[in-house]
Ligand binder design. Structure first.
Ligand code: ATP
Length: 359
């Protein structure tokens, strides 16, 4: 059985390296004696582009392709752009090149988290938004047609992507149910009442749902979903949606969680997966040692759960769970908080507190 795993590490820009270092150290600490994680550096990003003229070198792409999983902190800097003025975002290139169709965005609100929602005492929120990440309204990204009088972009929904996407959503609901984290429910979020493309999307969702009688399947329109995410977010378990809808709803989700510093994510395909925090490279606070590493650490926890599940390693899955629980324990205790959470703790202080909270 495979016991040693190559992890491609994209340190990235801005606060990227600052939040990656303590995360790798926590991963090493968890792995000790049970399995090996070999971290392989993959240089890329805006600073790399400024130095070398390449934002995602072929060698780094090869490291990503060969790896068992990919950890990425944050990439991009506001003042470093391609000659056409567009942003440098190798993470989007990776998503496309590796066909990472399932953007997984957990939305969890635990005790002590500074949510704008008025939750009752002890009430928690725990659902997962899956954003299709390779097609939808992003299909013609950068290729939209614009004339003097009209602009046109094309939304694409394909069977080749939607079927594995829905399979992934139902499998995730099943795994969450087995772990006691949800009732086993998948909600298809669309606009099937207005667009034929979404009726097609929903038809494929229903066909997949029919194969999972043990999982509840329902539908919601995207506008109503935005409302319900604020009014009764605890009612969701797994929701799956198109790329642009998911783009918008995942920021709403991050807002409910009390900000970007706590929002992890994964972009998962059939053979590869990238784990990265939802936030950007935060150049305004880079180099000061004050960035909150929790979203990065929670993304690493998602990696352990995915990798462990894929290789049938319950120890590794349990470590992912322990790491997430440790972050939640630090938030709940409220003693060590970074500036974005209203405290004054630095990056290493927060990471040390997480390590101390591991059970
Ligand atoms: P991008 O477009 O690359 O996603 P963005 O423009 O949304 O980036 P971020 O880099 O995510 O911006 O930063 C937004 C704000 O949140 C900044 O003020 C930044 O300092 C803050 N921020 C982001 N991540 C963190 C973090 N991990 N810890 C503390 N503050 C953060």
């Amino acid at each position: 059985m495979q016991n040693s795993f190559d992890i491609a590490v994209f340190q990235g820009d801005g606060i990227g390296p600052e939040i990656m270092a303590p995360t790798l150290s926590l991963l090493d600490h968890l792995a000790a004696g049970k399995y090996a994680l070999n971290f392989v550096d993959a240089p890329a990003g805006a600073a790399h582009y400024a130095r070398t003229g390449e934002s995602l070198p072929a060698a780094s792409m090869a490291v990503a392709r060969a790896a068992d999983a990919i950890l990425l902190s944050a990439m991009g800097l506001p003042d470093v752009r391609y000659p056409d003025g567009t942003e440098i975002s190798p993470q989007i290139d990776l998503r496309k090149a590796l066909t990472l169709f399932a953007g997984v965005r957990p939305v969890t609100i635990r005790p002590g988290q500074p949510t704008p929602l008025a939750l009752k005492d002890g009430q928690t929120v725990d659902f997962v938004l899956i954003r299709e990440s390779t097609e939808g309204l992003f299909h013609t990204q950068g290729r939209g047609e614009v004339t003097q009088d009209e602009a046109r972009e094309t939304l694409l929904i394909t069977r080749a992507i939607s079927e594995p996407l829905f399979r992934f959503a139902f499998d995730l609901a099943k795994a969450r149910k087995a772990a006691g984290r949800g009732p086993g429910k998948v909600t298809c979020v669309d606009k099937a009442n207005v667009f034929r493309a979404f009726a097609f999307f929903r038809e494929m969702f229903d066909a997949e749902a029919a194969k999972h009688p043990d999982i509840i399947a329902d539908h919601a329109y995207v506008d109503a979903t935005a409302l319900w995410m604020v009014e009764r977010p605890w009612a969701f378990d797994v929701m799956v949606t198109e790329n642009m809808f998911g783009d918008i709803l995942s920021d709403l989700g991050a807002g409910l969680m009390g900000g970007l510093g706590l929002a992890p994510s994964a972009d998962i395909g059939a053979d590869h997966a990238v784990f990265q925090p939802c936030h950007g490279s935060a150049p305004d606070i880079a180099g000061q040692g004050v960035a909150n590493p929790m979203a990065m650490i929670l993304s690493a926890a998602m990696m352990l759960e995915w990798l462990g599940g894929r290789h049938d390693m319950p120890d590794m899955v349990a470590d992912g769970d322990r790491l997430r629980a440790a972050v939640e324990a630090v938030i709940a205790a409220g003693k060590v908080a970074s500036r974005d959470l209203g405290g004054s703790a630095g990056t290493s202080e927060v990471a040390d507190a997480v390590r101390a909270a591991l059970t």
